[in-house]
Design a protein around this ligand. Structure first.
Ligand SMILES: CC(C)(COP(=O)(O)OP(=O)(O)OC[C@H]1O[C@@H](n2cnc3c(N)ncnc32)[C@H](O)[C@@H]1OP(=O)(O)O)[C@@H](O)C(=O)NCCC(=O)NCCS
Length: 145
């Protein structure tokens, strides 16, 4: 069973190992520490048993929420963890009064785009060559009204 709980400092080694395995320009410990301590952010981890297998960082400012980072341990992908994290993010954004949930994703990250589309996110824009090696950023959003 997958459980979702708040991220804390003791999780950082496991979180950073997944972050480095998933992204060419990984967040550092400072990025995650800032999310853990910010009143505008919520950072959570997904666990299976005692094993940390994924995480998500969400920010909510007034009525706008944004998914800042989400990843699942490569060997554990396609088993429902990303969906569990997205379910949590949508519920938390709504609970904190957001009317829209936004995100940016590499246009080449097809599993992530498929996950977001399954959750009702629509494509709302493109930032050309925003990421490394000229990769575009796809902007996506989900309205709650
Ligand atoms: C995107 C990511 C978080 C998805 O996590 P996951 O645990 O594998 O996702 P789930 O198993 O919950 O999949 C949920 C749905 O997403 C879609 N999906 C996930 N992986 C997919 C893939 N490889 N191909 C196609 N669809 C995929 C499917 O609709 C899937 O539902 P299904 O398995 O019933 O068909 C994971 O692939 C990941 O960490 N990728 C690297 C980091 C990344 O790109 N993060 C997003 C940054 S914006």
């Amino acid at each position: 069973m997958i459980t979702i709980r708040p991220m804390n400092e003791a999780d950082l080694d496991a979180v950073l190992a997944i972050e480095r395995a998933c992204f060419p320009r990984p967040w550092t410990a400072q990025h995650f520490l800032a999310e853990i301590s910010s009143e505008h952010s919520s950072a959570v981890v997904a666990e299976q048993g005692q094993q940390l297998i994924g995480y998500l960082c969400l920010s909510v400012l007034l009525d706008e929420a944004e998914i800042l980072d989400v990843a699942v341990e490569p060997g554990q992908q396609r088993s429902g963890t990303g969906a569990a994290l997205l379910t949590w993010a949508c519920a938390e954004a709504l609970r904190r009064g957001a009317t829209i949930l936004r995100l940016e994703v590499r246009a080449t990250s097809l599993p992530a785009i498929a996950l977001y589309e399954r959750f009702g996110f629509l494509r709302s824009g493109l930032r050309k060559a925003y990421y490394e090696q000229g990769i575009d950023a796809l902007l996506m959003e989900k309205n709650f009204d």
